[in-house]
Design a protein around this ligand. Structure first.
Ligand SMILES: CC(C)(COP(=O)(O)OP(=O)(O)OC[C@H]1O[C@@H](n2cnc3c(N)ncnc32)[C@H](O)[C@@H]1OP(=O)(O)O)[C@@H](O)C(=O)NCCC(=O)NCCS
Length: 200
């Protein structure tokens, strides 16, 4: 198991996006087993961390997150994952420091859909850290933040074979329904009126 510590290195340039960076959302998470992590909004200069994180995912985790093995990790794709507006598109990274270098161990995001009420959610935890409670905390963070931002419903598309995500979603109050016309995926849906907004 890697030695994991939180990272507090947040400000390294004066780019314009920093003015809207919601630094007040940074948290430190500790697992019962002792490891500490930073939870923080994704930064526009996180491209290298995002790329390393996605490249290190197993094919299975990548497939479950992207719903496709064919997503190419291009500079444009990385930019679309990191150059977020913190409003319509919100993303949190769970990070730790391994051998002095900050690394992503999880990323979750929601994107408000202009055509429908609500937002689409997706998250992924690094393979080495799955099953330790990080996914549940990250999803709870996304729900709480979305609710506080006025999002009324969170939806997601999950592979029908993704037992872990479907179980997590059900345990957090999502409904799970078949997607009409596509037996390979399920649609998860959660209204946000009743989300507990205790600090995390
Ligand atoms: C799905 C995923 C985000 C869950 O994150 P995680 O950190 O592994 O999950 P947690 O340790 O927080 O566990 C939360 C719950 O998920 C379910 N779960 C997690 N791993 C599971 C497994 N291997 N089998 C069955 N259920 C599992 C359980 O309900 C668990 O709750 P419990 O521990 O009280 O039983 C993670 O496995 C992942 O990144 N998978 C690949 C990408 C993906 O599938 N993303 C979802 C598409 S949007």
């Amino acid at each position: 198991m890697p030695d994991c510590r939180p990272c507090s290195n947040l400000a390294d340039d004066s780019s314009r996006w920093l003015h809207k960076y919601p630094a007040h959302l940074v948290r430190t998470w500790r697992l019962a087993s002792g490891e500490s992590f930073s939870l923080r909004p994704v930064r526009h200069d996180d491209g290298a961390l995002e790329e390393a994180f996605v490249r290190d995912l197993s094919l299975e985790s990548r497939y479950q997150r992207m719903l496709s093995g064919g997503v190419k990790v291009t500079p444009e794709w990385i930019e679309s994952m990191t150059h977020i507006d913190y409003h319509r598109h919100m993303a949190f990274a769970v990070t730790c420091v391994i051998d002095g270098v900050e690394q992503f161990v999880g990323v979750g995001r929601y994107v408000v859909d202009a055509a429908r009420p609500g937002a689409d959610v997706a998250l992924v935890i690094a393979d080495a850290w799955q099953g330790r409670g990080l996914g549940r905390r990250l999803l709870a963070t996304l729900l709480e933040h979305a609710q506080s931002a006025g999002v009324r419903q969170i939806v997601g598309v999950v592979l029908a074979t993704n037992v872990a995500m479907l179980r997590l979603a059900r345990s957090m109050g999502f409904s799970v329904n078949a997607e009409p016309g596509d037996a390979t995926v399920m649609r998860i849906r959660r209204d946000l009126a009743a989300v507990n907004t205790q600090p995390h």
